[in-house]
Design a protein around this ligand. Sequence first.
Ligand SMILES: Cc1cc2nc3c(=O)[nH]c(=O)nc-3n(C[C@H](O)[C@H](O)[C@H](O)COP(=O)(O)O)c2cc1C
Length: 334
Amino acid sequence: MDTKKKINRKVSVAPMMDCTDRHDRFFLRLISKNVMLYTEMVATKSAIHGDRNKILSFSPEEKPLALQVGGSDKNELAEVAKIAEDMGYDEININLGCPSKKVQKNKFGACLMKEPDLVAECIHSMVKVCKIPVTAKTRIGFDDVEDFEYLNNFIHKLRDVGTKTFILHARKAMLSGLSPKQNLNIPKLNYNMVYEIKKANPDLEIIINGGITKVSEINDHMKFCDGVMIGRSIYQNPYSLVEIEKEIFKTNDNPSREEVVKKLLEYLDDEVKKGTKVNHIMRHTIGLYHGQVGSKDWKRYLSDNMMARDSDFQKAKHIMTIVQNNEKANQVSS
Ligand SMILES: Cc1cc2nc3c(=O)[nH]c(=O)nc-3n(C[C@H](O)[C@H](O)[C@H](O)COP(=O)(O)O)c2cc1C
């Protein structure tokens, strides 16, 4: 019997370094109760030897939450899987898709697509030590390999050792010649490859990722896949999660932007008392008014004040005033 807890992965927010830290996740969770959240990638060595409280702790409100890990040492990965489970994470996800040079040097991320046996050993060691799902996030290929058979065999290797959920970024990774940013844009999206994988593996949970921005696109992909993962467009426009809540999860008690900020300021208050800098929280809210009247004022205000290293808590109070003014302006204009 499968004792693993069922997680709703219809829509998840992608792991993004320097973006989806615990403050961002807390903020996103204020907007959406139903999306699945992922941490930024954490290297196994940092998780094991680093300041665990700083690197791995999270607020219970962020759940359901997956820890994304980067590594290729099976013992370290097993240790981190156990740590993740003990800390209350709902899933552990291995990064097999990052093409950056630094990540390659440490032998994790997309270069591991070349080593299916090694990845299978790693996953096997993780699955053995924990009950939470061990999932994989990978690309559809690498360099000149963009081949259904290769990807399908890779997935089967991991399935055979216990991974049932695959997040497929629908573009290949170029392991040399492109910067990480170019690697998110230049290799062409190939959604069909992901659809074909789902078709060939109906028992696996296949989550599609890459370039998805609209609810209509989510609905289209859901005809062929089990869920979608969205990165940049949610970071740039976090309040778009409300539309996802309404249209995909059919919720109708969603908070206004003002309510979100009010709750975030309570969190900010607590966090500042613990020594967190205001800008570490508020920087994630730059896109809150995306597409709204006053969004430029909001962005300007944040960049003038919140990005300053010596930001003090009083500035948050000013922000509250701006939010309320913006909210009024929006009400007047709508
Ligand atoms: C700033 C940034 C940081 C990222 N960091 C990670 C990461 O830590 N782990 C990971 O698997 N993917 C990472 N990615 C890739 C995203 O998870 C996602 O696969 C990619 O952005 C494509 O989805 P999108 O088109 O919806 O943004 C990152 C992407 C961006 C833009």
